[in-house]
Design a protein around this ligand. Structure first.
Ligand code: GLU
Length: 469
């Protein structure tokens, strides 16, 4: 049997962390089995579905790199198919028209609630043939009256639900629209879905869907209902604690690889391994190792993973994503050092790509002033002579590389008989505008000699002004 999984989001909002994790698990399972991954947009709720949300889901999936093998399918484009199946069920006596008015149904429900019973439709029209003319109706599925549905869930184990708990589900509304649960069933059947990975909030739908699949003579997929994700405060995930859109993670400077690694571990484990390349995830992933308990979001761990991937992924791959942030921050990297080379020197220092871009402006653009604190501390009168001397020494370097740059700085310090600190920090503040930069040899190596000289002159003016004030 060839495995086919799907991710079936409702486009009523952005792709959030929980959805992304479900998508990842579903995608990974398909990949791990050499199967196919289907993307299906469940847009039957015309009021709540929006084009922006559809696009946001597609963008999120693309950014994460969770490419689908089939789709995207849209349920709104398949109404004809759903209605055709509903007609077949009617013909076979497996579904029926129900003429009960909303008022009648409400009255029955009130009565049931008063008696402390679970509200359920009592099957009033199940076998009636005295259909009134010209009256609106819904179509209901004839749920089996006896027996039970057994779900062998990969996460939650065996779940048994008695059919007496289930009533006859509406599969077509009075306005002629097929209902959500019914569309899912027909889709899973038509799309040959073998494994359904979804949130535990759908677990109540599963027995109903299985009964309909049985009535259609369709194969029953295997199920894995994944637990909730809690915020890092242990409560329901909220905006402040991680329930943000996946694209927010891009905006905040996370690498998709870090987010994927983070999400895969949020409710799944393989020994005590924390770092997984995509290939390793695919190799080790299986549905049975998904945890049953809720997972709590942990921003620190995500940060740690992001730092790891900024440092260890090839600079060219990090650069692809970093450039987006450079653009966002108005850094023109068409001139100056390559973004890759900047990443190589900055990678150790950044938690996010946003930070990395923010600390890289000086490679590409002049600054108007020095960081106030750093300048006060390091651009003092005593720094004048060392700065003048190191400027000449740097200008004299023939073969511009980190070793030669370092030698020029060392020689200057030696000639002047001063420690490295007296020359290094003033030079750093002069060249980069602040007291924070990677080591000077590699930093200056990415800059033009003349640019450094010009900035040292600016520092000398600063010192002179300070002297005069
Ligand atoms: N459309 C549902 C949701 O977004 C998922 C349904 C399913 O996976 O069966 O929650």
């Amino acid at each position: 049997m060839s495995v086919v999984t799907r991710f079936a989001p409702s486009p009523t909002g952005y792709l959030h962390v929980g959805g992304a994790r479900t998508a990842l698990y579903s995608w990974l399972y398909a990949k791990s089995q050499g199967g196919e991954f289907v993307l299906r947009i469940e847009d039957t709720d015309l009021v709540r579905s929006t084009d922006e949300a559809k696009q946001a889901i597609l963008d999120g999936m693309t950014w994460l790199g969770l490419h689908h093998d089939k789709g995207p399918y849209y349920q709104t484009e398949r109404f004809e198919r759903y209605n055709q199946i509903i007609d077949e069920l009617l013909d076979k006596g497996l579904a029926y028209k129900c003429f009960m008015s909303v008022e009648e149904l409400d009255a029955i429900r009130d009565e049931q609630e008063k008696k402390g019973e679970k509200p359920r439709y009592p099957g009033t029209w199940r076998d009636r043939t005295d259909h009134p003319e010209g009256q609106t109706f819904v179509i209901r599925f004839k749920n089996p009256l006896e027996g039970e549905v057994v779900i062998k869930d990969h996460v939650r184990g065996e779940i048994r639900i008695s059919n007496t708990e289930l009533d006859d589900l509406i599969i077509k509304r009075t306005d002629g629209a097929p209902t959500y649960n019914f569309c899912v069933v027909v889709d899973d059947w038509d799309m040959g879905i073998t494994h359904v990975v979804r949130g535990e909030d759908h677990i109540n739908n599963t027995p109903r869907q299985i009964n309909i699949l049985n009535a259609l003579g369709a194969p029953i997929p295997e199920y894995a209902h994944v637990s909730m994700i809690l915020g890092d405060d242990g409560k329901k995930l909220s905006k402040r604690h991680g329930a943000v859109s996946v694209m927010q993670y891009r905006d905040d400077g996370y690498l998709p690889q870090a987010v994927l690694n983070y999400l895969v571990r949020l409710g799944w484990s393989h020994g005590d391994q924390e770092i997984f390349s995509l290939d390793e995830m695919i190799e080790h992933f299986n549905l049975d190792s998904i945890s049953k308990s809720a997972s709590a979001f942990n921003t620190e761990k995500l940060n740690w993973l992001n730092e790891h991937y900024i440092k260890t992924l090839p600079a060219s791959e990090v650069a692809q994503h970093a450039k987006w942030h450079f653009d966002q921050q108005g850094i023109d990297y068409s001139k100056g050092p390559s973004v890759e080379s900047v990443i190589e020197v900055q990678a150790e220092r950044a938690t996010t790509l946003k930070d990395l871009a923010a600390m890289s402006h000086y490679f590409y653009a002049d600054f108007e002033s020095f960081d106030e604190k750093a300048a006060k501390k390091h651009l003092r009168v005593v720094a004048k002579e060392p700065l003048l001397a190191v400027k000449d020494a740097l200008l004299a370097v023939q073969d511009w590389n980190p070793d030669k740059i370092q030698a020029a700085i060392n020689n200057t310090a030696e000639t002047l008989g001063i420690g490295m600190g007296k020359i290094g920090m003033p030079l750093r503040v002069a060249a980069t505008g602040s007291g924070n930069s990677p080591s000077l040899d590699v930093t200056l190596n990415l800059m033009e000699k003349d640019k450094i000289a010009q900035r040292i002159d600016m520092a000398l003016i600063y010192i002179a002004n300070r002297e005069n004030s």
